[in-house]
Write a protein that binds this ligand. Structure first.
Ligand code: TYM
Length: 334
């Protein structure tokens, strides 16, 4: 707790270009929860270097991502929006937690297996211990709740296991966090292969809607989206393409799948795809406009970066000192 509020932590990687999946699966829920919690939203740049990055490009993307958090509507005065690399406690706690995590647990992580297959020439130990760093991110702020998309659930489970293991040895040190999955949009699928999640790293640009896509591009991608053969707008397991489009439509409009089926009863896929595209444009356009404005205000963004790094460091150090003491490191002499 900070004051009388519970704590929320979440983060995103500044790798690749953010997709509609990131927005509907995570950012949108962050916005909905931000009044209720004391929130820490990190641009997790330490995670990004588990795969090779161009340094200038990474710096630029990280700043864009931080700006985007604010453009999406998170108030940087109320929410702590910061770069993970500006708080050394993340790496320090990760080291300690590495000593409380079993290789058997890490071997089971499906995201590691996927990424190792994708980057076979660079299976570094950072990629392997990535979930421990993620646990450190969350536990460092004593987070109660962590809003994420479905693909991060396995990492969240591991975080809980590590926290419980540590607490069982040293007493109540860490809050054991709960994952928060939104009702809709927790897993947005590729527009081209709807059995695969929409991903920043997809090579086919038509498979993903990027948050900075202009309206024409968005509409064009939806027109090209792969659908099914039943020729009706029905929310069913057998129609993964249409089901995904219904999920997107519901997440953007607040309607339910049943309402959507009724609305498009008797209409073809063409009309429906157009409506989905327009609903996405209406959500993303204001974010893009605010992003363009904010990006021009260098001094304002710099101020936020500095202020929030201080705030994050303050809370991170509190937990870190407690943990260091528990495991037996000598006290600092002042
Ligand atoms: P990342 O950067 O891959 O994704 C950021 C968030 O977007 C969600 N997401 C999706 N949700 C629905 N449908 C999709 N197709 C989709 N694609 C991505 C992700 O679930 C995530 O919530 N390891 C994390 C970043 C991280 C983190 C943390 C998150 C590092 N430390 C601590 C929470 C707490 C990641 O790579 O997310």
């Amino acid at each position: 707790m900070i004051g009388d509020q519970k704590i929320l932590f979440s983060g995103m990687q500044a790798t690749g270009t953010l997709t509609l999946g990131n927005y509907l699966g995570a950012l949108k829920n962050w916005l909905e929860l931000s009044d209720e919690y004391e929130c820490f939203y990190s641009v997790v740049d330490l995670h990004s270097i588990t795969v090779r990055q161009d340094p200038a490009e990474l710096r630029k993307r990280a700043r864009n991502l931080l700006t985007l958090y604010i453009a999406a509507g998170l108030d940087p005065k109320k929410n702590c929006i910061y770069y993970q690399s500006h708080v050394s406690g993340h790496a320090e706690l990760a080291w300690i937690l590495n000593c409380f995590t079993y290789m058997g647990e890490l071997n089971r992580m499906t995201q590691f297996k996927d990424k190792a297959a994708k980057h076979a020439d660079n299976i570094n130990s950072g990629l392997y211990t990535y979930p421990v760093l993620m646990a450190a991110d969350i536990l460092l702020y004593q987070a109660d709740v962590v809003p994420v998309g479905k693909d991060q659930m396995q990492h969240l489970e591991l975080t809980r296991d590590i926290a419980q293991r540590f607490n069982a040895i040293y007493g109540d040190v860490f809050t054991v966090p709960e994952a928060y999955l939104g009702k809709v949009g927790a897993k947005i699928m590729s527009l081209q292969e709807p059995t695969k999640k929409m991903s920043k790293s997809d090579e086919n640009a038509n498979a993903s809607i990027y948050l900075m896509d202009d309206p024409d591009t968005i509409i064009r991608k939806f027109k090209r989206a792969v659908t099914d053969s039943e020729a009706c707008v029905r929310y069913s397991e057998n129609q993964p393409g249409i089901r995904n489009l219904i999920d997107i439509y519901c997440a953007c409009t607040g309607k339910t799948p049943e309402e959507t089926e009724k609305e498009f009863d008797g209409k073809g896929y063409g009309d429906f795809k157009m409506a989905v595209g327009e609903s996405v444009v209406s959500v993303l356009k204001p974010v893009q406009e605010r992003f363009a404005d904010l990006s021009k205000d260098k001094a304002y963004i710099d101020g936020i970066i500095k202020e929030n790094a201080e705030k994050a460091n303050y809370y991170a150090t509190k937990t870190l000192r407690k943990v260091q003491k528990k495991v037996g490191f000598p006290e600092r002499i002042r």
